[in-house]
Design a protein around this ligand. Structure first.
Ligand code: SF4
Length: 284
């Protein structure tokens, strides 16, 4: 299979790069209903659901590692934005992916999953108390899936790593129900995908998913309330976007930009090229 490195230098503000070791997935939760991978994989002539494709971009992390090590900086790498790292159909490929991750210590892999209950049996044999460069995240944006955070809490992470939450798309107000203990980072955003491609279990009958062709609106007050919860818990808060197609759209909608990120496991984070441009624009 031939795939381009189109996700290199990601436009997603909370990561420097995106590495997809494989692509394709299956919908398993209300948040999946308008998953953007359907649009992207179909554009590549691929069937997005029911099968996985191994990518040809496995050499990218070695290249980024050399750059990061030379600069003595750390880079964040969103891992599998077009799949789920813990999908069972990738079990045969995952050990080789762990090898790549092991040999690139300046890259902090942000592994975001909706399948945290599958993690424990799919960790590398030398996981021990976790690796400094693997940050495990869970994705939940409604009360029905908040229990996924509990599954992730059971997985040990390195003292210099964090467990993180991606509440995107945020589908309802979860601020009162959320338990942030054991979590060190929260990312919030509105839905970007749209369309009638819902394939998840219809028995769940989660609000409006079946006839909703557009994006499900995130009310800003839900995001504001999550920010307050994070502030009280002293957990970094990252507001990515409002309900809109483009990453970063409306990122100042809460009154200012909230792009808080936990500290790297060592050294400093590299600055993203567009952040450099932004700074230059501000001083010119
Ligand atoms: S788990 Fe993630 S990648 Fe898979 S269908 Fe759901 S939203 Fe898309």
């Amino acid at each position: 299979m031939l795939f381009s490195a189109e996700m290199e230098n990601s436009r997603i503000a909370w990561t420097h790069h995106t590495e997809n070791f494989w692509l394709g997935c299956d919908m398993i939760a209300p948040e999946c209903a308008h998953c953007y991978i359907g649009r992207i994989l179909r554009r590549q002539g691929r069937q997005p659901w029911g099968q996985l494709y191994r990518s040809t971009t496995w050499g990218n992390p070695d290249k980024w590692e050399a750059e990061a090590a030379a600069q003595r900086k750390c880079l964040r790498v969103f891992t599998n934005s077009l799949s789920d790292f813990f999908h069972t159909a990738a079990d045969a490929w995952r050990p080789a992916a762990w090898e790549v991750i092991r040999r690139t210590p300046h890259l902090v892999y942000l592994i975001l999953t909706k399948r945290p209950e599958l993690i424990a049996r799919r960790l590398p044999p030398d996981w021990g108390g976790g690796w400094h460069n693997v940050w495990l995240g869970v994705s939940t944006g409604c009360k029905q899936t908040l229990n996924k955070m509990e599954s992730l809490r059971r997985i040990a992470v390195h003292p210099k790593a964090v467990r993180f939450l991606s509440a995107e798309p945020l589908l309802e107000d979860i601020a009162e129900d959320i338990d942030l203990s054991g979590f060190g980072w929260v990312i919030v955003g509105g839905e970007s995908g749209s369309g009638p491609q819902y394939l998840w279990d219809p028995n769940a009958d989660w609000r409006k998913e079946f006839d909703q062709r557009g994006r499900r609106e995130m009310l800003l007050q839900w995001a504001r309330r999550l920010r307050i919860v994070c502030k009280e818990a002293q957990v970094p808060f990252f507001f990515k976007q409002v309900t809109a197609f483009r990453p970063g759209q409306g990122e100042e909608a809460l009154g200012r930009t909230y792009h808080e990120v936990p500290p790297p496991p060592f050294a400093r984070w590299a600055v993203k090229p567009e952040q450099t441009q932004l700074r230059m624009a501000r001083v010119s």
